[in-house]
Design a binder for this molecule. Structure first.
Ligand SMILES: [Zn+2]
Length: 135
């Protein structure tokens, strides 16, 4: 991925964080994903008074891409207000694995804008797959 696209992906995650709806946890998260055709989709976390119904920023972004007909994710950026890097939760890793292979780049972005890239397979080495059932 070239630097311009990478910077754009990161910026979209940072922008998405600003729209976070997190009145209960006050934990704002923004995520963006790059699809194989070069489009970027982003999402924020959205909480609910019934806590379990909240959705993470990453899944929000993935579902928007899927709704737009995209089926291949090549990179993801995720950021929060934390000093440290945050990584996608288990549920988001599972959802990402539907559309991203192990070589997808996961860009972790700290609140200060520091970044760290990891391959998806490093944070989710053995995703359950139902390839035979896919049509
Ligand atoms: Zn999550």
């Amino acid at each position: 991925m070239n630097k311009h696209l990478r910077d754009q992906l990161i910026q979209r995650a940072v922008d998405a964080k600003k729209t976070s709806y997190s009145p209960y946890s006050k934990f704002r998260v923004g995520a963006s994903i790059l699809t194989s055709d070069g489009e970027i989709f982003s999402g924020c976390n959205v909480e609910n008074a019934s806590y379990g119904l909240a959705i993470c920023a990453e899944r929000n972004a993935v579902f928007q891409a899927a709704f737009a007909g995209k089926r291949k994710i090549v990179a993801v950026a995720v950021t929060s207000d934390e000093k440290a890097f945050i990584t996608p939760c288990g549920a988001c890793r599972q959802v990402l694995s539907e559309f991203a292979d192990g070589n997808a780049e996961i860009i972790l972005v700290s609140a200060a804008g520091k970044t760290k890239s990891v391959k998806f397979k490093k944070i989710f080495p053995t995703p359950p797959a139902l390839e035979k059932l896919k049509k």
